[in-house]
Design a binder for this molecule. Structure first.
Ligand SMILES: *Cc1c(COP(=O)(O)O)cnc(C)c1O
Ligand SMILES: [Zn+2]
Length: 423
């Protein structure tokens, strides 16, 4: 049973059949999957969802597939954590972390979008899949393709972190490193999709890929006991996740599964790549493309495909945005690790650092519910943390030497009380 109506252009409303496609033929506007919510009424309920698998496929009625899921059968349904220690540190009442650093199998939010895109690629009978990636997407495409037995090509900028490269190569894809930044990689991938007729998940399968991101938002709402947080802080790279978490909340409201509490959305970007945050702060809905220069490489997209929609949705929801400097990002990574035991990559540090700024500036009230979306795992990018910690002492295996260390530690303040990042 499928509730898909068609693909529809977000600009002119032109309708297209469900097929591989990126944009509208009339105006190059992005096309989006449109569902029949009337037909879902009474069929898609809290109970029907709760009786589904403990994966993102519990929301399959709201995802654009026709048959059975074919990839990412264990992806999604990551923890939503009530972060009380971090909340105390930040002086806020009710704080949640949606933790996609624990996503399966490749530890980022990308496992969601790829689960849906590869299922669709198999439905469309593609024999090769690929992606333009800042790192995490390549991991996820490579892993899911290996598990499904499909050939994969992953295209990445030439200067990614070593962990991001090995973490893809281990799954056996063809990897091509492209001189230039993500935007150059993406442009080439559009041509590759046309010429070779491959399923490039974030190009010609983009309408299906992006729907997978809704599951991050569905889970927040369900795991919060069928409620929406009042404030949701989301990292922005190409601009897929934020509008889709928004769409997820709206769909649950439309279906009567949650109450409309007028949720507000906040875009988090690194200061070294913040076209969207800059536009929001300047009060325009046209962003200026940038050349990225930040340690948060997985969100370093200077010309975001869906940036325009992010800006409009953030403004429409009466949210706002912030940008974080590299050191603020690293401090936030440490703070999350040392208060909640969650090690995120710089993208997650960016989101938390921006949330802190929005709280301290009063944009996010301290007494309302806040959800911070953590989208990737720090173990993939350990090298960015180098030099952030005092060297561990080396001793001989003698009790007297260990005693000396314990004495020294007693004299110095413990490492676990890092000051919170200041705006
Ligand atoms: C891809 C990615 C994002 C968000 O990207 P969008 O293109 O805006 O959806 C955020 N965090 C991490 C770790 C990512 O890999
Ligand atoms: Zn159009």
């Amino acid at each position: 049973m499928s509730f898909i109506k068609s693909l529809r252009c977000k600009e002119c409303g032109a309708q297209y059949p469900v097929e591989p496609r990126t944009v509208c033929d009339n105006d190059f506007g992005p096309v989006e999957v449109e569902f029949d919510y009337e037909a879902m009424r009474g069929k898609v309920t809290r109970q029907s969802i709760e009786s589904g698998p403990r994966s993102l496929w519990r929301y399959r009625d709201l995802l654009p597939i026709d048959g059975e899921p074919r990839a990412g059968l264990r992806s999604g349904f990551t923890p939503l954590i009530k972060a009380d220690r971090l909340a105390r540190e930040l002086g806020v009442k009710e704080l949640y972390i949606k933790d996609d650093s624990a996503n399966y199998p490749t530890f980022s939010y990308k496992d969601r979008v790829v689960a849906v895109a590869l299922t669709k690629a198999i439905e469309f009978n593609f024999d090769t899949v690929g992606c333009a990636s800042t790192g995490n997407l390549a991991h996820s495409v490579a892993a899911h393709a290996a598990a499904a037995g499909i050939r994969a090509f992953v295209m990445i900028p030439h200067d990614l972190e070593e962990g991001k490269i090995i973490g893809s190569l281990v799954f056996g894809p063809r990897m091509v490193k492209i001189r230039g930044n993500y935007d150059d990689v993406n442009r080439l991938c559009s041509q590759i999709a046309d010429k070779y007729n491959w399923a490039i998940v974030n190009v010609n399968l983009r309408p299906f890929y992006t729907e997978g991101a809704k599951t991050h938002g569905f889970e927040i709402a369900e795991q919060l006991g069928w409620q929406l947080p009042q404030h949701t802080v989301v990292p922005v790279a190409g601009g897929t996740l934020l509008p889709k978490v928004y769409k997820a909340y709206r769909e649950f409201i439309t279906l009567g599964l949650v109450e409309d509490n007028k949720p507000r959305f906040y875009a988090a970007q690194a200061a070294g790549c913040n076209p969207v945050s800059q536009a929001i702060e300047q009060g325009t809905n046209l962003f200026k493309p940038q050349k990225p220069n930040t340690i948060a490489k997985s969100i370093a997209i200077g010309n975001p495909a869906d940036g325009y929609y992010v800006i409009n949705l953030v403004n429409e929801s009466q949210g706002y945005s912030a940008s974080a400097q590299d050191q603020e990002i690293l401090d936030a990574v440490k703070l999350l690790a040392q208060t909640e035991g969650i090690f995120t990559e710089p993208a997650g540090g960016t989101t938390l650092a921006c949330a802190i700024k929005l709280i301290e500036s009063g944009r996010i009230p301290r007494d309302e519910s806040i959800c911070v979306c953590i989208t990737g795992n720090g173990l993939k990018t350990v090298e960015v943390m180098q030099g952030q910690f005092a060297k561990a002492p080396v001793i001989n295996a003698k009790m007297t030497e260990f005693d000396q260390i314990v004495e020294q530690i007693a004299e110095t303040p413990p490492q676990t009380t890092q000051p919170p990042v200041k705006a």
